[in-house]
Design a protein around this ligand. Sequence first.
Ligand SMILES: C[S@@+](CC[C@H](N)C(=O)[O-])C[C@H]1O[C@@H](n2cnc3c(N)ncnc32)[C@H](O)[C@@H]1O
Length: 248
Amino acid sequence: MSEIREAVRSRYADAAKKIAVLQPESGLGCCQVDGPDCGCAGSYAADELQKIGMSDAVSLGCGNPTMLADLKPGEVVLDLGSGAGLDVLLSAKRVSPGGRAYGVDMTDEMLELANRNREQAGVDNATFLKGSIDSVPLPDASVDVVISNCVINLAEDKGAVMREAFRVLRSGGRFAVADMVELEPLSPALKKRLDSWAGCISGTIPIEEYRAALVEAGFAESAFEVHATQDLPGVGRVGSAYIRARKP
Ligand SMILES: C[S@@+](CC[C@H](N)C(=O)[O-])C[C@H]1O[C@@H](n2cnc3c(N)ncnc32)[C@H](O)[C@@H]1O
């Protein structure tokens, strides 16, 4: 495992343990165990959370990708980097009856937590798979919607993740993602810091680079909407974005 991937895995193994003992009113914040919120607070509807008996405090995301996806009963959804499972379980409810939601995550502690949350929520059309977001254990053209929440920035090879999302989507399938992007260049010293990479800062790329990776993978109709920004005085600026695209 690369140094970056191990830094990411170990950060989220720790985060999973902290979420497991979390008080509902104390969220962990965007990608962090104690950091600022990056735009997901308040974006989850109380009645939807109530249906699965979960709080959005378990989210380590930077938005709410389930809002973007316009999910319909019968559809198959895949969440890249599903963490504690909030977006998967909400999606599973939306695609019921007849649909299924999959979450892929590489961190055992997160998978255990997500499976516990699934059992507590009594959701039977959700499945959590161990795997990497650049090598998803699902067949070609088996998914209607790919969602993800604050994860693709953590990947070393974003192009490989976009190609994998494209591979698993059916023709006409939607890419509906919340992610961090680089809005003003980060300092080279910050770019190299593993803790900051695992904290969803140093691995961010500019919107145009993100768009180019989507286009190169084959996606069309890409659209970006920045909905929160974080100034890092003297070392750059990042933001939380909603990103949509479609497989032709
Ligand atoms: C910032 S957290 C976001 C979790 C979740 N999406 C949410 O909104 O709460 C990142 C998650 O992605 C997972 N992850 C990071 N890189 C990954 C990779 N290359 N393959 C699979 N999972 C990955 C981590 O284990 C962690 O659960």
